[in-house]
Design a protein around this ligand. Sequence first.
Ligand SMILES: C[S@@+](CC[C@H](N)C(=O)[O-])C[C@H]1O[C@@H](n2cnc3c(N)ncnc32)[C@H](O)[C@@H]1O
Length: 355
Amino acid sequence: MYKKLIGDLHDSRNRGTLSENDDTDSGMANLFNSAIGASAIAAVYELGLFGELQQNNSIRVKDFCEKNDLHHSSVSSLLHVLCCFEVIDINPEEDVIQKGAAFSNVYRDKGYFLWLVGGYGYLLQHLSSALRNKFRTGDFIRRNGERIASAARDYGSQFVDPHFIDMLKQEPYQFVADLGCGSAERLINLARNQPNIKGTGIDINSEAIKLAKQAVASANLQERITILHGDIKELTNQPELQRVEVIFSFFMAHDLWPRPKCLQTLRDLHYVFPRAERLLLCDTYRSDLAPSREMPIFTLGFELTHAVMGQYIPSVSEWIDLFTEAGWSCVEQRNVGIPFSCIFDLRNENQTNRK
Ligand SMILES: C[S@@+](CC[C@H](N)C(=O)[O-])C[C@H]1O[C@@H](n2cnc3c(N)ncnc32)[C@H](O)[C@@H]1O
């Protein structure tokens, strides 16, 4: 039924005044509709509908709305948007949806959409103000830390963690610390899989801390995972950090730049974590891509939002230079499944020299 309507629309436009502009016109429509599609994907993910559809072959929309106390006609309209992008197929007569041809790709990439729309939606909505120097004072950046942490958990678990686990198991360890731990999912998974592991997660954002504490409590791991609210740039030599052997940090380290501050912070880690021989640092680096329609997912959004926030994104060679100067030698650089992102395997040069 929907296919017929779209066919009718195209016919009527071609008979109208737009014929010589058809290509531009459909490009513009794509651009406009994609913005709506991105919001729809983020919303449906947060409502739990993607998860339910992943597990079941079909969902009756009315049942899903009743179970989650949702407004049925709004949900139907949202599903119509997803249908435009073949994320789902709709049988309107029976009020039933099924996975569409693009479902598995969208399910895989849903975290990027939540990151963009849920995490940075406010900044994007107020982009023109954020560019005016007179408004760029004080705490002018508003982003949603809880959603950014949830989104990072989703894409990190798929595209990064298999590499992380593989690198981690190369050496024995028991005490770990996660800098900028977000949801603490990485610590929780490690502790679940290895009963002797104890970990500390540190994050600056109170919404992320709330999410992390809740997750640790629901996994019943409070005895083995401690969550601390604090700024990595201001860490002091506290007793609970003394025994940490492996430090790791995911998608946070660029926040430590500009260079002098980041250099100082990486140097201070030797003092704050005196037993740490290894630092696994994973981050997205600057792409230096020329402007093009072929930009991969995430990169354009990541580079724009950070530029507007005044946050410098270093290139790989800038990172490597800094590590050497900070007393961490890089023994491996492994690319992960997020565009322009890798894990640097860093060793404490002092410990290495002592061996
Ligand atoms: C993109 S999220 C990644 C979260 C988590 N590492 C993950 O991969 O799922 C970055 C996290 O770093 C935290 N962060 C940024 N700057 C920080 C700082 N100076 N000290 C502590 N945490 C920081 C943010 O609050 C946020 O939770």
